[in-house]
Design a protein. Sequence first.
Length: 195
Amino acid sequence: MENEFHKRKLAPRLNDFDYSTDGAYFITTCTQNRENFFGKIENEKIVLNNCAKIVREKWLWLSKQYPYLILDEFVVMPNHFHGILIIDSIFCNDESGDFCRGGSRPTPTKTQPTPTKTTILAKNKIKPLTKLIGAFKTVSSKEIHLTIRPDFRWQRSFHDHIIRDEDELNRIRDYIRLNPAHWTKDKNLHNNNDK
C-alpha cells in the first residue's frame, strides 16, 4: 500500500492523457504541511487574510495571462485551494490582432484572414495543466514571500480530476461552494494552527 501511495505521489497524472487538451479540470493544492496560511473559517464562511487575497488574485491572473483558460468555481480555504479550470482552444482575432475568447470573429478580408485553429495554436501554444498550476503557484508564492510571509510554501504537487460531464461539473461546483461549511468535518485537510 505504501509503495502505491509513493508512486501516486511521484506521478499523479494519467500517463497517456494530454493535459493541454480542451476540457474541464478540478484541481486541489495544499500548503506545505497543511499549515493554515490563508485565513480562517467563521460561521461556515472563509475569512481571507492577505496571503489568501494574493492567491485569489493570482488565480484570476491565470485567465488574463493565458486567453485559452476559463476559470469556473474556486475557493481559497485556510490551508488549501480548490478550483475548476477549463481549457478552451477556440479563439477569436480582434482588430488589434490579439486572441481572445467570446464574441464573434471579424469579417474576413483579403488583407486580414481569419486565423484557423491551427494557426492560433501555433502562435499561442497551450500549456499543459502542470505548467498552468506551476505558474499559479510560482507567482502567488513569490508575492507572498516578498510582501507577507517568507516562510510560505505550497505542497510540491497538486491533485487533479478530469471532469467528464455536466452533472459531474455541477457536483464539483457544489462541493467547492460548500467547502467552507464543511471545514470542521474535513479531517484530512484540517489543521488547527490558524495563522
